[in-house]
Structures are given as C-alpha cells and as structure tokens.
Design a protein around this ligand. Structure first.
Ligand SMILES: [Zn+2]
Length: 147
C-alpha cells in the first residue's frame, strides 16, 4: 500500500466515523488532494551518507582518544611489576657475578653480567614496545567485529 492510498483510506475511515465530514465530501476530497500534493521525498541513503560524512571526523577522534587511553592503561599495568622484577634480576645477577668471579677473571665475569643485562634490556624493551601494538590490534579486531 502506498503512502497516498494509505492517507486516503485514513480519510475514508474518518468519514465513516464522523458525521460532519461524511456530509461534506467535497472538503474531504480537497483535504485528500492537498495531502497527496504535499508529499515530502526523503532520500534516506543520501541523508545517511551525509550524516556519516559529518560524523566521521568526530568518530575517528574519539576512537584515537580511546586507543590512547587503552594503550596508557595497559602500559601502566604492565609497568607495575617491573620494579620487583628488576630487583629480583639484580639480586640474581649479583649472585651470578659472585660465583663467576670465583671461577673466572673479573673482566670475563663482568662481561658475562653486562651481556646478560643488555639481553634483559632488549627483552624488556621488546616486551613493552609490543604492548601498544597488541592493544591496537585487539582494538582493531574488536571494531571490525562490531563491539
Ligand atoms: Zn471529521
């Protein structure tokens, strides 16, 4: 059923109930023609596209802000146990150095400890550098699945 016939049937139904309108059929016809001529055409697709064009900058700004907040939160949470890990590593490295110092010359023991410290630095750096990448990938996957 089209919108015009829908309006017409509503007018006919009203005329069936209302004696005043039933007696003045000409006025009812005029009202019907006026309603038919005043149909507003709305292009829903174009309206949606225009709205999305207007909203896109704000949506991307909010998405960036949310991503930054998530990355900061994840990084701060990951940094919480770091002091304990560093203290524990320092304790282990000191013990290792003391043992190596008994068996090897001091220069070689120092070299071994320094090499291990450099390796640990690389490991920690890689781990903490991966956090933003993992959070961004997870956020992208969540956005793609529509969460
Ligand atoms: Zn009436």
């Amino acid at each position: 059923m089209t919108e015009a016939t829908d309006r017409h049937s509503v007018l006919e139904a009203h005329a069936g109930e209302c004696a005043e309108c039933r007696n003045d059929a000409a006025a009812l016809d005029r009202i019907g023609r006026l309603l038919q001529s005043s149909v507003v055409r709305v292009d829903v697709a174009a309206l949606s596209q225009h709205t999305m064009t207007l909203l896109r900058p704000e949506l991307s700004r909010r998405a960036r802000s949310l991503l930054v907040r998530r990355v900061l939160t994840a990084t701060l949470l990951a940094l919480l146990p770091l002091p304990l890990v560093l203290i524990y590593d320092a304790y282990l490295l000191d013990a290792f150095y003391q043992i190596a110092r008994l068996l090897l010359p001091a220069a070689i023991a120092t070299y071994l400890v320094a090499t291990y410290v450099a390796f640990l630095g690389l490991l920690f750096g890689g781990t903490y550098a991966a956090i933003p990448l993992l959070v961004a990938r997870r956020a992208t996957a969540a956005a793609a699945s529509g969460e």
